[in-house]
Design a protein around this ligand. Structure first.
Ligand code: AMP
Length: 285
């Protein structure tokens, strides 16, 4: 595995496979790697000739008072995990160079970014789309892999790619969970054993809503809020049942697919999770 720290070095490394018309898959992450991240690498490895993966703790997507400084970082260990999972090229740009203080350009996806995470974290998605657009420009992958764990992010990136005619296929990968249902997240590292137990409430509520899903968005939303509202140590941020594409809240009985999305604070840690609602529990989780 080669490690490139500048866009220039990355381009030079990817020049030859590009000229040889090899398919390039790309996995962007913020590091502190777990099986969720590595599942994206494996999906890319299975489908592409060359796999590039980045590690960049993106300062633009953290708001004031959020955990940018405290976010877990372990570059050496992450690089070893990338290599073991089959990454060919790791891209680890430096914060000051990749996000210079004098930059004037922001990529903004309207509408979709105003709800849910966007309402709770103003400016978050501008930070995400600006950096993902820069990463796509640097890497120029044919395929880019994102987890359904960050479902709104996935929808926003798909929309950016469509609206800007970016020549990249966005591939969604299912959420990887612990055996007890909790979604893997780098932020789980912040939880004490007791909080880890309380954090199970998010997935417990989602699976309950899915198991009882009868097409009624109002009762599914009420169930999510009831379960999460009653759980000790859990401070509900939002629990919504939305259209999977527009992320508009659904009301009453709906004929088509739906997505349940939740966010909550457990201690000082903010966690998110989501699940597709359908009667058989099939499809991308
Ligand atoms: P992050 O490093 O948290 O920004 O995540 C990088 C990528 O990994 C994003 O596409 C996430 O959606 C994805 N990801 C994070 N956690 C999981 C998980 N538990 N299962 C699947 N994908 C995940």
């Amino acid at each position: 595995m080669d490690v490139c720290t500048t866009v220039h070095a990355l381009r030079a490394r990817l020049d030859e496979p590009r000229r040889a018309r090899q398919t390039l898959g790309f996995v962007p992450t913020m590091g502190a790697l777990h099986e969720g991240h590595l599942s994206l690498v494996r999906a890319a490895r299975a489908e592409c000739d060359v796999v590039a993966a980045s590690i960049f703790v993106n300062p633009l997507q953290f708001g004031p008072g959020e955990d940018f400084a405290a976010y877990p970082r372990d570059l050496e260990n992450d690089l070893a995990r990338y290599e073991a999972a089959g990454v060919d090229v790791a891209f680890t740009p430096d914060v000051a160079t990749f996000t210079p203080a004098d930059r004037l350009t922001t990529v903004h996806v309207a509408g979709l970014t105003e709800r849910l995470e966007g309402a709770a974290r103003p400016g978050h998605f501008d930070g995400v789309t600006t950096i993902v657009a820069k990463l796509f420009t640097a890497v120029q992958p044919e395929r880019a892999y994102f987890g359904a764990k960050d479902y709104q992010q996935l929808v926003v990136i798909r929309r950016m790619v469509a609206d800007l005619d970016m020549p990249v296929a966005v591939v969604a990968c299912p959420t990887v969970r612990e055996p007890d249902g909790i979604a893997l997240s780098s932020r789980n590292a912040y939880l004490t054993p007791e909080q880890r137990e309380q954090a199970r409430t998010l997935s417990r509520a989602l699976f309950a809503a899915r198991d009882r899903w009868d097409g009624d968005a109002d009762s599914a939303r009420a169930l999510l809020r009831r379960i999460m509202g009653a759980a000790p140590g859990v401070r509900l941020d939002y629990a919504e049942v939305c259209d999977p594409q527009t992320l508009e809240p659904l009301e009453g009985v709906v004929g088509g697919p739906a997505r349940a999305l939740v966010a909550a604070h457990v201690g000082g840690t903010r966690l998110i999770d989501n699940l597709r609602l359908d009667p058989c529990g099939a499809g991308t989780q």
